[in-house]
Design a protein around this ligand. Structure first.
Ligand code: AMP
Length: 196
């Protein structure tokens, strides 16, 4: 697993531990010679993570829509920056060039990216491991909501559990390496039948 995409806040968050863990993730990527793929910004936890790696000559690839570059939030010291036409193209390219995805605490942009990758796995557009680094239980309420969605029969339990949740970075990486997203045969057909 060489290329890992990280979704995380364009803000720093309230607690120091979010920054500390973003930095630790960068250090562990460096140690394991992992290339970071991320949104390419020079703000928030995204910047902490990218800078930690760049300072030690790590490989950092950004993917950013032209409109955000124009707003001057782009990091200008990356190993490589892909400039794309839209937020959707950004997610598509990140999905294509990454072997796995990790979500760190973040806001709506992070939720969007995380949900998109989980949906890609659900629809079998790809099957790449997704992990959540649940720093200080930041994602607990979201995970509870996922349970609620299963309870209400909008999400299948197999898909609810189709990702890894960890608060230790080394264990998250180990689990991601061996994780095989579920492959539910005829998923679309099942849904069609249920909708009748
Ligand atoms: P958020 O979680 O809302 O702070 O958004 C961060 C995530 O969404 C990142 O993983 C980015 O890919 C994307 N994103 C949202 N807003 C920005 C921004 N201002 N600059 C760069 N990327 C952003």
């Amino acid at each position: 697993m060489k290329n890992i995409c990280v979704f995380c806040g364009s803000s720093m968050g309230k607690r120091e531990i979010y920054k500390t863990k973003a930095k630790e993730l960068g250090e562990i990527f460096l140690k394991n010679k992992i290339t970071l793929i991320y949104g390419g910004a020079n703000v928030g936890l995204m910047r902490i993570l990218a800078d930690t790696m760049l300072k030690a000559d790590g490989n950092v690839i950004g993917v950013m829509p032209k409109s955000l570059i124009e707003k001057e939030v782009a990091h200008n010291k990356l190993t490589k920056m892909h400039i794309v036409g839209s937020m959707q193209e950004r997610k598509n390219l990140m999905a294509e060039i990454s072997d796995a995805f990790i979500a760190l605490p973040g806001g709506l942009g992070t939720f969007d990216e995380l949900a998109e990758m989980l949906t890609y796995n659900q629809l079998r557009i790809h099957d790449k491991p997704v992990g959540i680094l649940n720093i200080k239980g930041y994602f607990d309420n979201l995970l509870k909501f996922f349970d609620h969605a299963v309870e209400e029969r909008f999400v299948r339990e197999e898909h609810r559990n189709n990702f890894i949740v960890e608060n230790n970075i080394e264990s998250l990486l180990l689990k991601l390496k061996s994780f095989k997203p579920v492959k539910i045969g005829k998923w679309i057909d099942d849904i069609k039948e249920e909708s009748l």
